[in-house]
Design a binder for this molecule. Sequence first.
Ligand code: ADP
Ligand code: AMP
Length: 214
Amino acid sequence: MILVFLGPPGAGKGTQAKKLAEDKGFVHISTGDILRDAVRKGTPLGKKAKEYMERGELVPDDLMVALIEEVFPEGRGVVIDGFPRTVPQAEALDRMLSKRGIRVDRAVLFDISDEEVITRLTGRRSCPNCGAVYHMKFNPPRRDEVCNRCGTKLLQREDDREEVVRRRLKVYREQTAPLVDYYRSKGILITLDASRPIEEVYQDLKRLVDEKGN
Ligand code: ADP
Ligand code: AMP
């Protein structure tokens, strides 16, 4: 089963994708995580992507399409979070999958208000070592600002500052929201109320996966 997670930054896509990967053995592809890793390591991709990311803008489609082709695994059970983000990316993904004789089974839209997104992103803390994601109020670490799993000091993402978040929301509305119609017209769009607590959203997601099978 191939799932695409759609929705504004901060809607909870990464949180739910990580749970699905742990619980059901899905491969989780987060293009944001891959890019942040590339920036940290100073790879050629990281050097090209850095400034776009800092401004809250999208990295150009040609780089992103090449990246997804490189990392997409063989086999079933994949959840892609953060890709596609534009219609050309969605078309390229469809072409790539159809060459492999597969397709996107469901696009899951995480529906949430802008105010909620701002609260979530300004409280988000991430582990730079293992990638775990917390929220200081909604999903706090056990010890103050330290990762439960690996003990590393948690960081606030540079692009989670409020002015960059507002830019990212605008970019989402202009460039990514058209994908809702793209997937709706294919009859594979599912909308989740992402404003509920993490476990409630996850129960809906799990039901969806269990119904479809993988
Ligand atoms: P995305 O991957 O869509 O950008 P994240 O999964 O990183 O979003 O979640 C954004 C922030 O909101 C994180 O701090 C996360 O801990 C928190 N969060 C995620 N889902 C929920 C939820 N259902 N209720 C409250 N907070 C949440
Ligand atoms: P995310 O972690 O998904 O919020 O992504 C962080 C940043 O990485 C975005 O603001 C973009 O700059 C970049 N990015 C991640 N995925 C994509 C994509 N599919 N297309 C373009 N840029 C992306």
